[in-house]
Design a protein around this ligand. Structure first.
Ligand SMILES: [Zn+2]
Length: 289
């Protein structure tokens, strides 16, 4: 295990923290000031970028962490429901320009194409080649690349299960702002590990150091407000239904690093948060469409 180093919290800048978890030889600490969880010490930028492109990590002891998830066709319906619920006003516009960053196999892009007005521009950006190729097989507009290469501007940028992979989230938010229209919006989906108390309350592997940071509603709101966004919509959902608990039990029996729990007892949640750059009231946004 690496020793903890003096490091300033990426959210509040405080250097006071306590060890919260250790996994794959990496530490995750909890900021004593704002409660953000983050990896300490942080791997260097080249290591992070290479791992993101590869979809995996090889550790010093030869062990590997594979982060190449499968394409989940079943996600589409779920994503469609969330977009309809969180963006009822956008569905009535003539068109919406939407960029999904970290689009993976394109499941979210596919959901957007099915619920947004037909003349909308929907694009996905993804750093892993094999995911882009798979998305293309489904004729989805997902291209290889990072946010730094984007020149167009959008009404909404979404980051679905991306937050925990970003070492410098304030810097990432300013890159997002540079591709948003003046009253542009961001949609984030992530977990709430910073709000669950002790590590053992998290029912699965943390996947350190693929995941570098964990927040909660409080921490996400603060990141957004510090960057000039206002949170205008949110959904917080539990994840520990019957099927989830059953899968965790199976993983536990296979010796995976998960903790088993009864269904509907875990404090772990999925957070969806919609935030807007300027603060035009919702009822006046339609005038601009
Ligand atoms: Zn902090």
């Amino acid at each position: 295990m690496n020793n903890l180093v003096d490091i300033n919290c990426p959210l509040c800048g405080d250097d006071n923290h306590i060890l919260w978890a250790t996994e794959n030889g990496f530490n995750c600490v909890c900021c004593g000031q704002c409660g953000l969880l983050y990896v300490n010490p942080l791997p260097n930028a080249t290591y992070i970028e290479e791992s993101v492109k590869l979809g995996g990590h090889v550790f010093e002891d030869g062990k590997q962490l594979n982060t190449k998830t499968r394409r989940m066709h079943s996600k589409q319906r779920y994503f469609e429901r969330v977009v309809k619920q969180l963006f009822p006003d956008l569905l009535n516009r003539t068109s919406v320009a939407w960029l999904d960053v970290g689009a993976g196999y394109g499941e979210f892009v596919q959901a957007l194409l099915s619920v947004l007005p037909t003349s909308s521009i929907v694009e996905g950006l993804e750093p892993m080649t094999h995911k882009v190729e798979k998305a293309r097989e489904f004729n989805l507009p997902v291209r290889l690349g990072f946010l730094s290469g984007v020149t167009a501007s959008y009404d909404v940028v979404s980051i679905i299960d991306v937050f925990s992979h970003i070492p410098d989230f304030p810097g990432f938010l300013s890159s997002i702002k540079s591709v948003l229209n003046s009253d542009g919006e961001i949609l984030v989906k992530t977990g709430n590990a910073a709000e669950i108390g002790k590590r053992s309350n998290f029912p699965g592997a943390l996947n350190l150091p693929d995941h570098l940071m964990f927040g909660g509603v409080t921490q996400l709101t603060r990141f957004f407000e510090d960057a000039g966004f206002t949170v205008i919509g949110m959904e917080v959902e539990r994840i520990d239904g019957m099927w989830y608990s059953f899968k965790n039990l199976a993983k536990y029996l296979l010796g995976k690093p998960v903790s088993i729990s009864l269904p509907y007892t875990s404090p772990t949640r999925t957070i969806w948060m919609r935030a807007r750059l300027n603060t035009l009231p919702l009822d006046r946004r339609d005038e601009k469409a």
